[in-house]
Ligand binder design. Structure first.
Ligand SMILES: [Zn+2]
Length: 256
């Protein structure tokens, strides 16, 4: 049995447990959890996904009818989220906190992404090459830009604290802006490149400070303040505007 989704039913028994609910514009994830005692349903704000968790003994048919019974609730939750903005020609997106327009030129003679600041108020991110690949190319470029800015910030903050950074990774992580492993590797969300630079700089400082204090106690915050005195403003920015950064991302594939 599938989930009736407007025009068609989605078959939960297919191999792919993560399917797109086309009509309501969300990803569906089915998770089996040994500790779950009953079926639960939630909508992830950051990933715009509908997540059904089911106990091990529960079969997928039950998950399907459970979701069908609650589809109006799911729709209402999704409607309350701001719209996803896929990377496509003429879309608007922020870069280092400044609004930009995306331009997919289709020009196959060039491969270099550049910023065009000529057209007045709103600069453009010029993405050449095959238009069908442009969304992925732009995403890769944003990862590289994020890594470059974050590496510079991390280096700047590591100096005064006399700490060594093993590795800097940039990921598509939705639950945290940055993290620090016990081995000294720092990882960050690529979406920080969308935020104003003082915000990215604070997240870098925060993770560098964790190389000394692996906690959020007073000594940790004193270190953050020492290397990034304006950190409160960046914290506030992330709290209020951070979730909005999750709206932007590569155009998603259809139907799977
Ligand atoms: Zn922390």
């Amino acid at each position: 049995m599938g989930i009736m989704n407007g025009r068609r039913a989605i078959d939960l028994n297919s191999k792919n447990r993560s399917v797109r609910l086309e009509d309501i514009g969300a990803q569906l994830e089915v998770r089996r959890h040994p500790g779950a005692r009953r079926l639960t349903l939630r909508v992830s704000r950051t990933r715009r996904a509908v997540i059904v968790t089911l106990p091990l003994q529960c079969d997928l048919d039950e998950a399907g009818s459970f979701l069908n019974r609650h589809i109006d609730w799911v729709r209402a939750r999704l409607d309350s989220l701001p719209n996803h903005v896929p990377f496509e020609d003429a879309a608007a997106m922020p870069l280092r906190g400044v609004p930009h327009m995306i331009a997919f030129t289709g020009n196959t003679r060039s491969r270099v992404i550049s910023i065009d600041k000529r057209n007045g108020a709103r600069p453009s991110i010029i993405v050449p090459g095959d238009k069908t690949l442009a969304s992925n190319r732009l995403t890769r470029w944003l990862f590289e830009e994020a890594k470059r800015d974050l590496s510079a910030s991390v280096e700047k903050h590591a100096g005064p604290l006399a700490v060594k950074v093993k590795r800097i990774g940039v990921r598509d992580q939705t639950s945290r802006w940055g993290s620090c492993s016990t081995t000294g590797a720092l990882s960050f969300s690529w979406r920080l490149i969308l935020a104003p630079s003082f915000v990215l700089d604070y997240v870098a400082a925060h993770e560098v400070a964790h190389l000394i204090e692996m906690n959020h106690g007073p000594r940790f915050w004193a270190l953050v303040k020492k290397i990034c005195p304006e950190f409160e403003a960046a914290k506030d920015w992330l709290q209020v505007l951070g979730p909005d950064l999750h709206r932007y991302g590569p155009a998603r594939g259809r139907d799977h």
